[in-house]
Ligand binder design. Structure first.
Ligand code: SF4
Length: 239
């Protein structure tokens, strides 16, 4: 089975525990205003790799990865656009004793896709669930898509007892409103499987990619998030 992959990172340290081999999948249904990987949006770009080819790459680093308490993280783009491939890849990783993490925006339809999801989750040690905004209107404005599927997926992961780290990008003036953060906090508190809440500061390192792709970057005048912005959001969220 082949997957369409944008790129690999051999020594990732920010996408899950320990040192991670990170696979960036192609394809994403969202169009986040702050996306730093707009070159992953298209399912037609990138290159095709088989599960065996990806495993060969991972095997070179598996001793470092395992010694650090790390593993593989599949991110994107949105990995759930290639669920069958990710399932096969995670199956192969688990056969080698490699820890697996899925970094996703949770845009999948419950219950229609539960059969496939259940198989994938059987081989998934951790889900890094990106919630873009808890308020449906703001989520739509930020991503171009509803947050209904993401929130349903979060509840499904809770039901399935899959460990989750919630990730939230703090964008000044866009995702740091107090009412939204309080509502997000209430939502997270209802879930029993959340091990960690990570707040990621908005930065503009990917802005040049928007220009290269001739896309309109609307956050030109938005300031990057400061340590104070993150501390404030943490206080409101209670994390
Ligand atoms: S979900 Fe991730 S890859 Fe997709 S548009 Fe948003 S930030 Fe970019």
């Amino acid at each position: 089975m082949n997957g369409r992959i944008h790129s690999f990172e051999s020594f990732g340290t920010v996408d899950g525990p320990g040192i991670r081999f990170v696979v960036f999948m192609q394809g994403c249904p969202f169009r986040c205003l702050y996306c730093h990987n707009p070159d992953t949006w298209s399912l037609d770009a990138g290159s095709e790799y088989s599960v065996d080819e990806v495993m060969q790459k991972i095997e070179r680093y598996s001793s470092y990865i395992k010694a650090s308490g790390g593993g593989i993280t599949v991110t994107g783009g949105e990995p759930l656009m290639q669920t069958d491939f990710v399932t096969e890849l995670f199956k192969a990783c688990k056969a080698q004793g490699i820890n697996t993490a899925l970094d996703t925006n949770g845009y999948t339809v419950i219950p229609e896709s539960c059969g496939k999801l259940d198989e994938l989750l059987e081989y998934t040690d951790l889900v890094l669930l990106d919630i873009k905004h808890i308020n449906p209107e703001q989520h739509l404005a930020i991503t171009g898509c509803s947050n209904l599927h993401t929130l349903e997926f979060a509840e499904y992961l809770d039901k399935m007892k899959v460990p989750v780290w919630i990730r939230y990008v703090v964008v000044p003036g866009l995702t740091d409103d107090e009412a939204g953060l309080r509502r997000l906090s209430d939502f997270i508190r209802k879930l029993s499987n959340v091990e960690r809440v990570e707040l990621l500061p908005f930065h503009k390192l990917g802005e040049f990619k928007w220009k290269e792709l001739k896309l309109q970057y609307s956050l030109v005048d938005t300031p990057e998030a400061t340590e104070e912005d993150i501390a404030r959001a943490k206080r409101i969220l209670g994390v």
